[in-house]
Design a protein around this ligand. Sequence first.
Ligand code: NAG
Ligand code: NAG
Length: 255
Amino acid sequence: MRKMAAVNLNLPVVEMLLAAGADPDIVDGAGQSPMTSAISTKVRPKFSSCVPPDLITLIVMLIQAGSNLDLGICEFSNPLITAVTHQAECLVALFLSHGVNVNITFASRVTAILLATTKDDLSCIKQLLYYNTKLDVKGNVYRKRRHGKYFFDSMEFAVNNGKFDLVKLFYEVGYNLSNLEYLFGKGNIPKALLDNPEMHEWLKVSSGSPRSLLDISIKNIREFLGLMPCEKVKKLPIPTKLKDMLLLKHIFDIF
Ligand SMILES: *[C@@H]1O[C@H](CO)[C@@H](O)[C@H](O)[C@H]1NC(C)=O
Ligand SMILES: *[C@@H]1O[C@H](CO)[C@@H](O)[C@H](O)[C@H]1NC(C)=O
């Protein structure tokens, strides 16, 4: 009943139920909460710029009623993972700006950034990087065409699938290439790299070169700022040019 009102975006009914003390996070048999089932039903992936305004209103109502945005019963009940699944960048941004755990994982160990990487969803990827997501958490992913299950982090997935723009982006934001042991002569080199010697060489050279002091400082300051670094950067009494660097503008602008 409650869930149906949310899924149908029947806002007056939702409002009434919440005012009567309904639990905004009640989870159904499929593990979905009112918020995540409404997102799943109303957002069409790839058309996410058309997130219905009523859906945003519903989400705000649920947040105001105390909904737990880090709800972690399973991936289907988690707002951030659900928004990334449906490639709804504006919802991803909304949840992140409310301080949700950007690194959250469930049984599959798939993080939001890994999910966005498998979907090649650059706008969600940038949002997650902006909020300091970890890039080196491995999760169970399937690969199209070559059926099979792999245990990859976001960088490994991008390399193995030949998504070299993402590889460069992940390197720029500080991914530690020491994790890719085949660059150091251990283990098999992925086929996508054997097919692209130029990229293979670029990775080898990058893995052997120290980062610039500027890059290291930016990464350390961002990590020090911790949760919601962007909001904090905006308040710092420093020149705009430095703020932009801490907001990774110099990197995001070229991808
Ligand atoms: C996510 O992981 C990064 C990198 O370890 C860390 O800086 C950040 O604080 C974590 N975010 C949360 C919300 O735990
Ligand atoms: C990268 O990983 C290697 C091996 O785990 C570690 O020794 C090194 O300190 C890491 N580099 C950075 C910048 O964290």
